[in-house]
Design a protein around this ligand. Structure first.
Ligand code: ITT
Length: 211
């Protein structure tokens, strides 16, 4: 199947926090990024057991409904004292009707008796770019952000687990960082910068092949 031009891209996410961050990260580039909601895309069922599988499922779903190349993010928080939980289940950690507040409350309760040095954790982000729904060579990039889980929430920025994610390099929670600083440091920012570099190279190869 022919690859389409990558100028218009659908963003396969319904999470307003992610959408805000992506528009900050992608704002000045020549890509036109359209939210999947613009195409009436139903939410994909995240049945994978890895971030990669779930990101592919979401990208394929959005590309199929929009007819455009798609970018998807599957991300989550890994807490060492909880053997990597909530991991790929971060968005659904507190069960049916999960939301950021309930997820954070559950996390703090689970870590109640865990001492500070053992509260190590990291955010993971896998980004997948598909040129079309049946693209057999997805572009896949990953970012990791190391930190620690606080004992109570701090700060009003960001989303998800940001208020309880302590950033040792900046001595504050992720929710206390300015959005531009979070984008520089974060798992998502790291993964996106890699992806843009790969995408730029693959576009250059396609242009070269067409000449
Ligand atoms: P989409 O699938 O529609 O993109 P989602 O929220 O369901 O939205 P995920 O399945 O990838 O997305 O779950 C990611 C969860 O991990 C997210 O809901 C947060 O709870 C957490 N998370 C990921 N990145 C985060 C960040 O930068 N700051 C705080 N929490 C984050």
């Amino acid at each position: 199947m022919m690859r389409q031009s990558v100028h218009r891209i659908v963003l396969a996410s319904g999470n307003p926090g992610k959408l805000r961050e992506f528009s900050g990260l992608l704002g000045e580039l020549h890509y036109e990024i359209l939210p999947q909601s613009q195409f009436g895309t139903p939410e994909a069922e995240e049945t994978g057991l890895t971030f990669v599988e779930n990101a592919i499922i979401k990208a394929r779903n959005a590309s199929r409904h929009s007819g455009l190349p798609a970018l998807a993010d599957d991300s989550g928080l890994e807490v060492d004292a909880l053997d990597g939980a909530p991991g790929i289940y971060s968005a659904r950690y507190s069960g049916p009707g999960s939301n950021d507040r309930r997820n954070v409350d559950k996390l703090l309760a689970e870590l109640g008796s865990v001492a500070d040095p053992e509260r190590t954790a990291r955010f993971q982000c896998v980004l997948v770019f598909l040129h079309h729904p049946l693209d057999p060579t997805p572009l896949i990039c990953q970012g990791t952000w190391e930190g620690r889980i606080l004992r109570e929430a701090r700060g009003g920025g960001g989303f998800g687990y940001d208020p309880v994610f302590y950033v040792p390099t900046h001595c504050c929670s992720a929710a206390e960082l300015r959005p531009q600083i979070k984008n520089i440091l974060s798992h998502r920012g790291q993964a996106l910068r890699q992806l843009l570099a790969v995408l730029g190279r693959s576009e250059a190869v396609c242009r070269g092949a067409a000449q």
